[in-house]
Design a protein around this ligand. Structure first.
Ligand SMILES: Cc1cc2nc3c(=O)[nH]c(=O)nc-3n(C[C@H](O)[C@H](O)[C@H](O)COP(=O)(O)O)c2cc1C
Length: 358
């Protein structure tokens, strides 16, 4: 087994054992304003959404996690079953390993076998060449490619990369030369508006800001390798809700926003959609459920999640994901201080939605 493969197995094991944090996702700094006159029936509320040029039946994505080593074919098959039964988009974990060892490609292909007509996204790092990116898309007949950015994780790994040059150029080439939409995602440290602007100027179909407050790869590496990173370093990154608000400030309508990293409750998802997300990504909670309680429990959890999200949309008087985007919200606490310091007016979020308008 290669280092990359044993690391992948370690990540899975530590994810099952570790809790989120110590960073906070920042969603508690946001309050959505209740609508006491929704003038809506629950059956009228739709969760359908358009994201990266695709029509999704609901906005919850099973985000990239796994594949690439013995035992992981079964894990991906179970996650794919959850995706099939709930209509969720599913992204697979980084497929780079399968380019070096074609015998593990099966652990990714299984996802397409279980869910032949579902929306499935391929995944590779920004260090990959266009040709490698094309191969991983073809491997699973993917509908889109996620390109992950994980500098903090790499630099914290004893055997990780230390050279992060050329990523923008690689991403630009992928956008230009691949036939599927390219989605660039962080993996738990968030994106600031300066980099989000750069990525959208390259024409990426969506950014998944992958903020801090959920799965924490620095903490996973810390417990995997026995390093003793201090608490302040373990909390490194831009909290998810704050990163999403930075993105919402600078993204043009041609680049969709996906919010992930500690999206846990349906209210977190509603807040992310109100900030402007087309979809949200959830990773570790679905892995824990599927592996510890089984596929049926994960399906039930996601169905309940979506039902509650619909009810929240009704309580805000919004009949669709698109309508949620003009939902007024009050931003307080650290998020308010942060955004003000970054020149983003928080008051405008509280005063969205002129009287009488949905
Ligand atoms: C076990 C595990 C493996 C992951 N592997 C990948 C990966 O290969 N590629 C990637 O882009 N993100 C990967 N991620 C990151 C997730 O896609 C997601 O961005 C992150 O976990 C934050 O979401 P969460 O807080 O809901 O878990 C992985 C996450 C977990 C838990």
């Amino acid at each position: 087994m290669t280092t990359r493969q044993s690391r992948k197995l370690d990540h899975l094991r530590h994810t099952l054992e570790l809790a989120d944090g110590p960073a906070d996702s920042g969603f508690s700094d946001i309050t959505l304003i209740h609508n006491c006159l929704p003038e809506l029936k629950l059956e009228e509320v739709s969760l359908e959404t358009d994201c990266a040029g695709m029509r999704l039946s609901h906005p919850v994505i099973i985000n990239a996690m796994t594949g690439g080593a013995a035992g992981l074919t079964a894990v991906n098959a179970r996650l794919a079953e959850v995706a099939f039964r709930t209509g969720a988009v599913m992204a697979v974990g980084s497929q780079f390993v399968a380019l070096q060892q074609p015998e593990v490609a099966e652990s990714f292909r299984i996802v397409r076998q279980v869910n032949p007509d579902g929306l499935i996204w391929a995944n590779i790092g920004a260090y990959a060449t266009v040709d490698q990116a094309r191969q991983v898309v073809d491997m699973i007949r993917a509908d889109a490619l996620q390109v992950h950015l994980n500098a903090a994780q790499e630099i914290s790994m004893l055997e990780g990369d230390a050279d992060f040059c050329g990523w923008l150029r690689r991403i630009e080439q992928m956008v230009r030369q691949l036939s599927v939409p390219v989605i660039v995602k962080e993996t738990g440290c968030g994106m600031g508006m300066e980099q989000i602007r750069m990525l959208s100027s390259l024409g990426v179909a969506a950014v998944d800001i992958g903020g801090a407050g959920g799965t924490n790869f620095l903490a996973i590496e810390n417990s995997r390798t026995g390093q003793k990173l201090s608490q302040d370093l373990l909390a490194w990154g831009i909290p998810t809700a704050i990163s999403a608000l930075e993105a919402s400030e600078v993204l043009p309508p041609t680049t969709d926003l996906i919010v992930s990293g500690g999206v846990r409750t349906p209210l977190d998802a509603a807040k992310a959609l109100a900030i402007g997300a087309a979809a949200v990504g959830i990773a570790a909670p679905l892995l824990r459920l599927t592996e510890q309680s089984g596929v049926a429990a994960a399906v039930l959890w996601l169905e309940q999640y979506l039902k509650t999200l619909k009810k929240l949309s009704l309580l805000l008087g919004r009949r669709s994901v698109a309508e949620l985007r003009s939902q007024p919200m009050v931003i307080g606490g650290k998020a308010s201080d942060w955004l003000s310091a970054r020149g983003i007016l928080v008051d405008k979020y509280a005063r969205r939605n002129p009287a009488g308008e949905r």
